[in-house]
Design a protein around this ligand. Structure first.
Ligand SMILES: [Fe+2]
Ligand SMILES: [Fe+2]
Length: 280
């Protein structure tokens, strides 16, 4: 499914007028400005493309420059339907950092959806992700209006780097899986890696989480946190991590390239990915 910029604006306008109300359980947009708008073009049957960017680690206005370049590049890509932002938008979960991140991400002309990372936790607040939710609404969501089911999974345990996915998320995922047709293609988008052979930081209970979707058509688990490009396929599921899109942090694998990732979904729902470098 392809929408030109003009077509997309028209669809967004029509959807806005429709004023489609959506329950929190069914859909959470990470972008408050569009949170009550039915997204007309997210997912669907292939072919379509979406982008994933993460580990922005915004600290101050200067550090938004690379994110602004990335959003400009994505806006130029007419085939990109939406962008997933895979956590660590901020450096220390400060409201000012998250607001700067949102300002940069709001440059995107098509929808974007966020999940938090450990650096989006504000450790001095009782509600560590209160600042995050103030800017980006809920920390987990699902989008299942169309052919694909996209799951925004909150993998965070406070500001921990090595995490066990929490029971509330496990229970939510179990319900989502129970309601999902076994043939429906599923993508999980989260911060901490599930890659079976990631060089570091694999989610401690990754196999338990993935087991929820055994017997389902889990096509993709895309993550951040490990700042480095990793791609592997196991049992028909593509697992990725991506270089950070930050000028305040380095990659963990000694590479210097910064950027984002594209996922191309073909008409048979097969998926391929490519890394796109952004000038730091
Ligand atoms: Fe990070
Ligand atoms: Fe992280």
């Amino acid at each position: 499914m392809h929408f030109s910029r003009r077509q997309f604006i028209g669809l967004m306008g029509a959807a806005s007028m429709a004023g489609c109300a959506r329950t929190k359980d069914v859909f959470q947009s990470s972008k408050k400005a569009v949170s009550n708008i039915k997204m007309p073009s997210v997912g669907g049957s292939g072919p379509f493309t979406f982008a994933a960017v993460g580990d922005l680690h915004i600290l101050d206005a200067r550090s938004t420059s690379i994110v602004n370049r990335a959003t400009d590049m994505i806006n130029e890509m007419d085939n990109v339907q939406f962008t997933a932002v895979l956590g660590d938008l901020a450096s220390d979960g400060e409201l000012v950092e998250l607001r700067l991140a949102k300002q940069s991400l709001d440059r995107l002309e098509r929808p974007y959806y966020c999940v938090p990372g450990n650096h989006d936790a504000h450790i001095y607040s009782e509600d560590m992700f209160g600042n995050y939710r103030n800017e980006f609404d809920e920390t987990h969501w699902r989008e299942d209006d169309t052919g694909w089911l996209f799951i925004g999974l909150d993998t965070c345990e406070g500001n921990k780097s090595d995490v066990t996915v929490r029971n509330d998320q496990i229970q939510w995922l179990t319900k989502v899986a129970e309601r999902t047709n076994a043939n429906r293609p599923i993508a999980i988008l989260g911060h901490h890696p599930f890659n079976p052979n990631t060089k570091a930081y694999r989610v401690v209970n990754a196999d338990d989480v993935l087991g929820i979707f055994s017997g389902h058509n889990l096509k993709l688990v895309a993550s951040g946190h490990y700042h480095g490009n990793q791609e592997e396929t196991q049992d028909g599921t593509l697992f990725t991590t991506t270089a950070c899109c930050s000028i305040t942090r380095n990659n963990f694998d000694d590479t210097t390239s910064k950027g984002f990732r594209l996922f191309h979904i073909d008409s048979d729902n097969s998926i391929t990915t490519e890394y796109v470098e952004v000038e730091a």
